[in-house]
Ligand binder design. Structure first.
Ligand SMILES: *[C@@H]1O[C@H](CO)[C@@H](O)[C@H](O)[C@H]1NC(C)=O
Length: 414
């Protein structure tokens, strides 16, 4: 399957050739890449770290205290990753598929102390093309990654993308996550003046349709997900439902206008006379992160929710459902996904937290409850309710020692 290189080959043809050889591609013309849940070798990131990760990614800081707290959070904190082959012969890297950034960033063996489980070794690839253009990312707390931009072939199942620009990491600060080898950006390349992998797939005519779609398995069931390049899997969509599309408002991030947010029948747009609400659809963010006034309004609709230090906490058991209104359709998030890990006395960390931005970042909490279609060619995003799966009860598992310590703190402070 790795020998298919002509850039004019269509996905359908490629799939026909390798249909029996590779189960990531099916005969329906869709390139399916499984997404696995990330299991950190150390400890799993907690929700606070995931929140800080998003603030740092978007450069959103409120106070010096925030920045200091964020210094302990590792980047990138990843819930889901997929396997991607780079170079010839292929080297397999674990990458986060991130619609909230546009660069293709990979760990390399030139940086032995960098994060990653299987960094890329350019010396072993015959298709590698060196480059000298430098790049770097620096966050407000001083953490950074830097290196140079090179090119190589990137292979996903039966598809090989030629001349993909790669942001090679040769140096980074110590606070990067070891669970993945990099980030595969899927926003619009225009943000960083680069061409994303998917933009290259389109340019090289490797997919029939200029769309890709995400399915995330429920975190509470510890299941993986799937990204599909070149189409949509209607089998994931609730029977009788269609995909509702809304235009991207600015093709940098996946920016869309959300008409309203509903909680228990109350409308944010009506209460605050604010509409529409600019939102970014980001597979590389775990929580939902938004402006203070929106987050306060949201928690006012959940009985007994409150601020705890700089965070919001909510009762672990509740019935509220969040609805996101897009083009007149409601897309919901059930309470089991609105309350996160147990912190003591029936309180859980809230899935919705604040930022200094004037937009809402819709992360996996929202995306895993709805099928999402990114239409790159049409510059629009589609949403559909997911087909119901067999569900188990959600159990708020927690580490007993941490729970006791947290309980004492919560009791003192609430
Ligand atoms: C969305 O964009 C398309 C193409 O630019 C345009 O034809 C259509 O009218 C837009 N839809 C809305 C609701 O603005």
């Amino acid at each position: 399957m790795k020998i298919i290189t002509p850039t004019s080959i269509t996905l359908a043809a490629a799939v026909a050739i390798v249909a029996n050889a590779n189960n990531t591609a099916l005969s329906d013309g869709l390139l399916r890449i499984p997404l696995s849940r990330s299991e950190s070798t150390q400890s799993k990131p907690d929700s606070t770290q995931l929140w800080y990760h998003t603030l740092r990614k978007y450069g959103l800081y409120r106070t010096k205290g925030d920045m200091e707290s964020q210094a302990v959070a590792k980047l990138p904190l990843v819930d889901y990753y997929g396997l991607v082959d780079i170079g010839t012969p292929p080297q397999t890297l674990r990458l986060q598929f991130d619609t909230g950034s546009s660069r293709f960033v990979i760990s390399t063996t030139e940086c032995p102390l960098c994060s990653g489980t299987s960094p890329f070794n350019q010396a072993l690839s015959s298709t590698y093309r060196p480059g000298i253009e430098p790049w770097n990312i620096r966050y407000g707390d001083g953490s950074f990654a830097k290196g140079f931009i090179a090119e190589d072939k990137v292979t996903l199942g039966p598809i090989s993308v030629q001349n993909q620009k790669l942001n090679m990491v040769i140096s980074e600060s110590a606070n990067f996550d070891d669970t993945v080898d990099g980030v595969l950006g899927l926003s619009f390349g225009a943000i960083s003046g680069s061409t994303t992998l998917f933009e290259n797939m389109l340019e090289q005519k490797l997919v029939d349709q200029g769309i890709f779609s995400f399915y995330f398995g429920k975190q509470s069931h510890n299941s993986g997900g799937e990204v599909i390049f070149g189409g949509v899997d209607m089998d994931r969509v609730a029977p009788g439902s269609e995909i509702t599309y809304t235009n991207v408002t600015e093709a940098t991030h996946w920016n869309i206008d959300v008409q309203d947010f509903l909680m228990n029948g109350r409308s944010f747009a009506r209460d605050k006379k604010a509409t529409p609400i600019r939102s970014i659809v980001d597979t590389g963010t775990t929580l939902i992160v938004g402006p203070e006034d929106w987050v306060s309004w949201y928690h006012n609709q959940i009985a007994r929710s409150r601020r705890y230090r700089r965070t919001w906490v909510v009762p672990c058991n509740g019935r509220s459902t969040l609805s996101v209104v897009i083009e007149g359709m409601e897309f919901t998030v059930p309470y089991e996904d609105l309350a996160r890990e147990y912190i003591g006395f029936g309180w859980c960390f809230s899935s919705v937290q604040t930022s200094s931005a004037d937009y809402v970042i819709l992360g996996d909490i929202f995306l895993k409850n709805n099928y999402v279609v990114f239409d790159q060619a049409g510059q629009r995003v589609g949403f559909a309710p997911l087909k119901a799966e067999v569900e188990e009860m959600t159990i708020y598992a927690s580490d007993t020692e941490d729970e006791n310590a947290a309980s004492v703190r919560v009791q003192e402070e609430l």
